[in-house]
Design a protein around this ligand. Structure first.
Ligand code: SAH
Length: 267
């Protein structure tokens, strides 16, 4: 992965704060409002401030504010949205936090590696850590929206932490990485003028890729999901920029046009 260059206006001292402002914690479908409050408190203790709630079951709720203790400011400014796609549309890196290994073919990162990766990308771009429901975690469809997953290597026989406890552990790892980034000399990084593709642009590309594979009859009766999962993994790993997404979509558009023409040819 390219290491994004520091923007010229940010001094090394301000790096941890500016990177922290580009890291959001997303809670999906939270069932107990107390966990939302406790998560807000966890964020604030670790110097983070952006909380996004995706379709919480009971919210706003007094219990959330009680459990937030001194972090009610952060809770009050939490954004509430209807879908995970909406919560992460402008993110360049989305990390799904899972209590168990899942069938979805995603790169699984150790929490320490995940913290470093998030902070490295948040030097310049928006990032998200996504947490699932207390009872069922994240759905496979939601995990498909993530670029990688992270699992706290807990007791394998009892690996599911309380939601707010998991938020605390992973935001701590982010803080350790932020502090290390602040102390380190400004990274000797290559200046890049390319804008990385955001989530919405990648999803637009994947939708067109799916249509094109149908148009050219790539699947030949096989279920399309398995090929799409592998292709998503391939393209998410390759860190595409906006120009590359435009190029790929241009190729797909031509393939779709040729498929239409071939369908129209007299036999
Ligand atoms: N019963 C659910 C567990 C949900 S716990 C399941 O089996 O998936 C609620 C959320 O806390 C999870 O979706 C995940 O985001 C986070 N979490 C809990 N334990 C975790 C662990 N060991 N590693 C990473 N995230 C964890």
């Amino acid at each position: 992965m390219n290491i994004p260059a520091q923007s010229p206006e940010s001094s090394p001292e301000s790096l941890p704060e500016t990177a922290a402002s580009r890291i959001r914690i997303v809670l999906v479908g939270t069932q107990h409002p107390g966990n939302i409050g406790a998560a807000a408190r966890a964020l604030k203790t670790m110097g983070l401030s952006k909380l996004v709630l995706v379709a919480p079951e009971q919210y706003p709720a007094d219990e959330a504010f009680r459990r937030a203790a001194g972090a009610d400011d952060l809770l009050a400014s939490a954004r509430v949205v209807a879908t995970l796609a909406e919560a992460v549309a402008d993110c360049r890196f989305v990390l799904g936090c899972t209590a168990r290994s899942r069938r979805v073919a995603l790169e699984e990162l150790h929490p320490r590696v995940a913290g470093d990766r998030v902070v490295e990308i948040a030097r310049r771009d928006e990032t998200a850590l996504v947490f699932g429901r207390e009872r069922t975690g994240l759905s496979n469809e939601e995990l498909q929206l993530c670029h990688a997953s992270v699992h706290i290597p807990a007791n394998p026989e009892y690996s599911s932490l309380n939601l707010a406890a998991a938020v605390q552990v992973l935001t701590y790892e982010v803080r350790v990485a932020l502090l290390a980034a602040g102390e380190a000399a400004p990274a000797a990084v290559e200046e890049s003028h390319e804008t990385p593709a955001n989530h919405a642009q990648l999803e637009g590309f994947f939708a067109q890729l799916g249509e094109t594979l149908d148009d050219i009859d790539f699947h030949k009766g096989r279920a399309p999901e398995s090929a799409m999962r592998k292709l998503r993994r391939l393209f998410l790993r390759s860190n595409l920029n906006e120009q590359e997404v435009r190029l790929l979509r241009g190729i797909l558009a031509d393939a779709q046009r040729m498929a239409r023409l071939a369908g129209e040819k007299p036999r």
